[in-house]
Design a protein. Structure first.
Length: 262
């Protein structure tokens, strides 16, 4: 068998496994009957709103952190970089417990952060915090890699001409790394949009307040299969748009590999 064909067959098995379940969700149009379910629009609005706010927070706080991690050569920076990526590999239940322990009514920081006994747990704020918790590491990882690709000679020349650390980041590094930063932001947004486990444990599942699209799907599965499919199709559509944005924003290599055939 031709080696290239063998690679296509082997890789195609995984592609089919990954794509077939998603395609089956939208393959038959009976999910259209579930589009009138009353939870769809509130869940969609809440998901778009909270994930957008979470993305803004991730960009505002994560970009400086990613820059510092990318430009530091200290061992402490390497340890910190590994530590802030830990939420990416934590099970959702662990993330939810961690957020409750930190910010819940009986959490370690409750008396210090919330002297009036208010707590963000089981509120819309908790949804945003959970989304930031799971999405920020993904953005930081992509942004750090993007900043490391900024030519060192460009940074050195900018310093020679008197660029301050903040100007170096905002006026030099960010414009050069913008396509990769936008791609990382889109992936982080998609991750925030699809967050389920930590949100369920930390924010609950309150219609109109904390019930995002993934939580609405979880609830609809118990009583209305068509509504669950309709919600799934909506979430797939939004996620697909974000992934297409990632592809459009990610710079492609100018080197062609078409001639590199076995």
């Amino acid at each position: 068998m031709n080696q290239r064909l063998l690679l296509a067959v082997v890789g195609g098995l995984l592609a089919v496994f990954l794509l077939l379940p998603v395609l089956l969700v939208v393959a038959t149009p009976d999910w259209l009957d579930g589009m009138s379910h009353p939870t769809i629009l509130p869940a969609l609005r809440l998901s778009l709103w909270t994930s957008s706010v979470a993305l803004v927070l991730v960009l505002l706080l994560g970009t400086p952190l990613a820059w510092l991690l990318a430009t530091s050569t200290s061992r402490g920076a390497r340890v910190l970089e590994a530590a802030v990526q830990l939420p990416m590999v934590l099970p959702p239940a662990v993330a939810g417990v961690a957020l409750l322990l930190a910010f819940g009514r009986r959490g370690v920081l409750a008396g210090w952060l919330f002297p009036e006994s208010w707590t963000p747990a089981f509120s819309t704020v908790a949804v945003i915090l959970a989304q930031v918790f799971v999405a920020a590491p993904l953005y930081i990882q992509g942004a750090s890699s993007a900043f490391r690709q900024v030519p060192a000679e460009v940074l050195a020349l900018s310093r020679v001409f008197g660029a301050s650390p903040l100007a170096l980041l905002l006026q030099v590094a960010v414009p050069i790394a913008r396509p990769a930063l936008l791609a990382a932001a889109a992936l982080a947004w998609a991750r925030a949009l699809g967050e389920f486990g930590a949100t369920l444990m930390f924010a609950g599942n309150l219609v109109g307040e904390t019930q995002t699209l993934p939580l609405a799907i979880y609830t609809a599965l118990e009583s209305d299969w068509q509504a669950a499919r309709a919600l799934a199709v909506v979430l797939i559509g939004v996620a697909l748009l974000l992934l297409l944005a990632v592809k459009a924003l990610t710079p492609r290599s100018t080197t062609s590999h078409r001639s590199a055939r076995p």
